[in-house]
Structures are given as C-alpha cells and as structure tokens.
Design a protein around this ligand. Sequence first.
Ligand SMILES: [Zn+2]
Length: 321
Amino acid sequence: MSHRELVVLGTASQAPTRRRNHNGYFLRWDGEGLLFDPGEGTQRQMLFAGVTASQITRICITHFHGDHCLGLPGVLQRMSLDQVPHAVDVCYPAESQEVFGRLRHASLFRDRLQLREQPVGQNGPITGGTSFRLQARALSHSVPTFGYQLVEPDGRRMLPEKLAAFGVTGPDIGRLQREGRLAADGRMVTVEEVSEPKPGQRFAFIMDTRLCDAAFALADRADMLVCESTFANAEAELARDYGHLTAGQAGRIAAQSGARLLVLTHFSQRYESGDDNRLAGEAASAFGGEVVLARDLDRIPVPRRPAAAGPVAAVLAEGGA
Ligand SMILES: [Zn+2]
C-alpha cells in the first residue's frame, strides 16, 4: 500500500504563537518527500515530527514572505550537514530569484548540496516525479506567489479474482499490464477485462492569496486540499486588503472544486485555541466534505480514492448483455 500523508510542521502565519510554529508542511508521497514553505523553526519541527533531511526530495516555495521561507537556510544547511546523497529540486517564484539566492547563501557552511533550481515563471507543469506531475499557478497576493498541484495519472487496478477466472497467473500478470492483451487458456484476455479504473490522486497547496480563478483550478478534484485560512469570516475585508482568504472562502474553494478533504492552516495570531471550532465551522458551512483544522505536528493521511464504480459497472453490464 502506498504511503501518502501530510506532516504538519507549523500552522502560524506572520508571527508564531506559543502553540503554533511558523508555516511548514512535509508531504510524504510514496518514496518522495516534498517540503512546502519552510518557515522559521522548520528544522526543529522536523525533528519533533520524525522527518529527516534525507527524506526531502523536493522543496516548493509559494512566495518569499518570511513565514514561508525563513526556515529554508536552516533546512538547506542541515541537508548539507547530513550529506543528503540525492539531488533535490527547489521550486520558487522566478521573479524572486534574488531572494532565493540570499537564503541559499544566508550563512557560511560547507556546501555539499545538490540543488536543482526550478524557478517558476508561468502557469503549468514544472517537473514530474515517477508517480506524479507537479504543476504551478500564479495566485493573487501582494508579492509573486504560486500555488502547487500534484497530480497522479489515472491507472488501472488489477482484480485478483478476475485474473484467476481468466487463468492469468505469475509473470503473465505483468505482461498483460504492459502489453494490454494476452493469450491465456486458449483465448485472448484484455487488461480491461481483469482490472478496473483507478483514478489518480491529487494534492493541492494554496497559500497566501485572495479568491482567484487559480485557487479553484489548483483545488480541482483534490483528494487533499491544504489551504490558507488566515482570517475568520468577520475579517473578510482585512483578508481581501492583505491578499488572504477567510475560512469560509477556503470552504468555498473546496466545495466548488470538488475537493474531498480540506486542511485549514496559516492562521493569524489573533486566533487562539478557543477559535478552532469557529474557523473549522465557517469552512464546513461552505463545504460539505471533511474539514480538518491543522495543528502543529499533525499527521494527516491523504484519503484513498474509492474505485470508480460507475464505468466498471457499465463495462460488466455490456459484457454480460
Ligand atoms: Zn504572504
């Protein structure tokens, strides 16, 4: 079974509080580890969360306000100290390349890093992993900001009982998957007959932004949507002025984009633990799906996609007719 989960390293915007570290998120996705927006203190939060520097395979930065990047120098130097043996992709808004350069060389250290810089200058695909595509879209904030979307291509799930019924066993299963058809027991078997569609999973990461089309596009059919909700609904005007979302707007994005699980985070320091239910409630009133209000060091599994029952049932019905 694949291992896909979000490790929450911090949930505060602008200023950390006693119970919230600055932003920071680590997405475990099979063999990859994507670090998003490492705010100040991220290196130590990783230690508390059991995330090592070697587990990072990519770093994605939405923008260069301090709460989203002041932890980068520490994380990079820790990766160097630990002699991380693999190359690490780093995505960030191309317009802020100079700021990245300052953080990259913020202090003196023995530099063993193998970074592949991927400045993001426009909407679209950035880079692909073995099992996903990573895409970016420009958001609407006060400085250049990109949100990220991870998309796993659709595939097919092999059905053991069908394979057995058609007499396909052992290495023939792999051959059938690769070639699409195979002779077994004197007849031709197609991969469609012994498998069902397996929709790919999607993850979306939306940080500092006003409501904008890009936010909805990024969230499109996300199994997990991590979305900033800096303010409560009562502060909607402040949110718009400073280029942020309210909890209710995060809920609206999730609802209209067909997301499944909404993870709220990036809270203003004006909200304390007593406000958690209020913020989650405001998002939930706009979104019928599951809402999780992120707390530091939470581990939140990416919800598994249910099998696409519709098309399979149709195929079976056709076959039986
Ligand atoms: Zn910001």
